[in-house]
Design a protein around this ligand. Structure first.
Ligand SMILES: [Zn+2]
Ligand SMILES: [Zn+2]
Length: 395
């Protein structure tokens, strides 16, 4: 498939142009209307069968090869984040307070360019390729993947394999991170509402201080991971938001805590809500307050299927050579709703290296985050090969 390399090379300017277009016009999850329209028009121009408004704002394009055959799916996420961009790039965000800081601009651009190449070469492959442009990946616990599945994107026909990529700045340019089994973590949402009794700041004995109760809860929660979880299991409990009080000399009556719980072991994930609820309720009670825990299950653990990964390994080696493979030894505690697709269909999620050599870039979700655009043609070629190799494998 050497022709593929030169085709990708011819489309390098196109993938960069698309990436910069999406970077200039970022939209947050569930509001990616312009992005979705752009994607749909692009796909229609390629002759793909296009469905818009899939389970919300997502778009599905379907490409058919020269004859009937197996079906596979490729997925890209299209949403940006509520962040004010500080990269100083000349194609920086034109939407104030919104930024593509997770590289989904690149994911969308790569899948569109791959779609163009796959469409131009349909005389070389048979079967069906479903292109899933998913909205709202960043909107855990309710992301767009589940909505797409419920809208039927994995039915009639059901893909036999599904793949997704994420631009990954921890991996150097020209490499792709591969890992069998768990790659990313289950991500659940934890909200706590504390009710005490308001009063005068100078007369604490007449009140129940919700600020102190909330602080005790934050501290007590740290004992969940350190004392109640097997040290060999990975888990995180983070309270990222704590809101209480209105004035310096008034004892707060209420406090709101908002956080996330990450696990990789499904059994551990199941027992977390009860463990946390008991601890929180009793900590509050011991100080005369009450606390209500709302626990919401978000994304499950993302598992890479061994067979799907073996096909992906071939695709990486053909794209970047044997040295392009980075064996990832440890999963990330980050969440990713591609996990829902991989629960339904054998699938694999790959980390596409995008860090320039000799540079220490900013991490994803940082207002200064950007990536090396040389990674884009790598991703385009990889997506094309993933599609063609898996259709070949399935035939
Ligand atoms: Zn992200
Ligand atoms: Zn992301």
């Amino acid at each position: 498939m050497e022709y593929l390399k030169s085709l990708v090379n011819e489309h390098k300017a196109e993938v960069i142009r698309l990436r910069r277009h999406f970077h200039l016009h970022p939209e947050i999850g569930y509001e990616e209307h312009q992005t979705a329209r752009y994607v749909a028009q692009y796909l229609r121009a390629l002759g793909a069968e296009v469905t818009e408004g899939v389970g919300g704002v997502s778009v599905m394009g379907v490409l058919q090869g020269y004859s009937e055959g197996p079906c596979i799916a490729l997925r890209a996420d299209i949403d940006a984040l509520s962040l004010t961009e500080e990269t100083g790039l000349d194609f920086a965000s034109q939407n104030p307070g919104v930024m593509h800081a997770c590289g989904h601009d690149g994911h969308t651009a790569m899948l569109l360019t791959a779609a163009r190449i796959l469409s131009d070469t349909k005389d070389r492959w048979r079967g069906t390729i479903k292109l899933l442009f998913q909205s709202a990946e960043e909107c855990a616990p309710h992301g767009g993947a589940k909505d797409m599945i419920e809208a039927g994107v994995l039915d009639n026909p059901q893909p036999a394999l599904v793949y997704g990529l994420h631009l990954w700045p921890e991996i150097p340019l020209g490499h792709v991170g591969l890992k069998e089994g768990p790659l990313m973590s289950a991500s659940d949402r934890l909200r706590i509402h504390v009710v005490g009794k308001g009063g005068h700041g100078a007369m604490p004995h007449q009140a129940v201080d919700a600020v102190l109760v909330a602080s005790s809860i934050v501290t007590a929660l740290q004992s969940i991971v350190s004392r109640q979880v097997d040290p060999m299991d990975a888990a995180v409990v983070t309270i990222g938001e704590l809101k209480a009080g209105s004035r310096y000399n008034v004892i707060a009556e209420e406090a709101h805590l908002d956080g996330t719980v990450r696990t990789q072991n499904e059994e551990l994930r199941e027992i977390m809500p009860a463990r946390i609820t008991t601890l929180v309720e009793h900590t509050a009670l011991s100080q005369g307050a009450t606390a209500k825990v709302t626990y919401e299950k978000g994304y499950p653990t993302l598992h890479n299927d061994p067979w799907a990964l073996s096909v992906a390994r071939r695709a990486v080696v053909e794209t970047l050579g044997q040295t392009g493979v980075v064996e990832v030894s440890r999963p990330s505690m980050g969440g990713e709703d591609f996990a829902f697709f991989a629960q339904q269909v054998p699938g694999a999620f790959l980390w596409l290296g995008c860090r320039e050599q000799g540079t220490v870039g900013y991490p994803i979700h940082n207002p200064r985050y950007t990536f090396d655009e040389e990674a884009l043609p790598h991703g385009v070629e990889l997506l094309c090969r993933l599609a063609m190799l898996s259709l070949e494998e399935l035939s």
